[in-house]
Design a protein. Structure first.
Length: 146
């Protein structure tokens, strides 16, 4: 995946300011994962959110227009090569159909929304090695019969 120029600029400004995504969560009033998605142009900011972000990062107001534009979403048509991102791809290869069956047993024929959706990342301390806990919550959307 090639990193858009605006993403590189936002990440560099964040680093210069010494801010984390959790710090920006407090400033914008949005979840840190959503803010990271905004950085990578996988989400769209409101005018107010974009202004708060560019002000916090010390960037020119010209970035507001890019941050409020509707992005093209997704990683592209190729298998991701970044090891961490690939693991999510691998998880879906291994557990995708089992998750689908379990969800549909519990809810019926339908899908989990990625639009009416939240994603949280937590750190679980463990003496055998810290663990990453990811919590996905999406509205269930049953398939319509007609």
């Amino acid at each position: 995946m090639s990193i858009p120029e605006i993403t590189q600029t936002l990440l560099a400004a964040k680093k210069v300011k010494g801010l984390s995504f959790a710090d920006l969560e407090k400033i914008l009033g949005r979840d840190e994962v959503w803010i990271a998605a905004l950085f990578y142009r996988q989400a769209t900011a409101s005018q107010e959110e974009a202004k708060l972000l560019v002000d916090a990062l010390g960037l020119d107001a010209s970035y507001i227009q890019q941050l409020t534009a509707s992005p093209v979403k997704g990683l592209g048509p190729v298998v991701p090569t970044d090891p961490l991102i690939y693991r999510f791809y691998e998880i879906m290869q291994v557990y995708g159909y089992p998750l689908k069956d379990v969800i549909q047993e519990k809810f019926g024929d339908g899908i989990m929304s990625a639009i009416d959706f939240t994603l949280d990342v937590e750190k679980e301390e463990d003496p055998k090695g810290d663990r990453v806990k990811i919590i996905m919550s999406g509205k269930f959307l049953p398939y319509k019969k007609w």
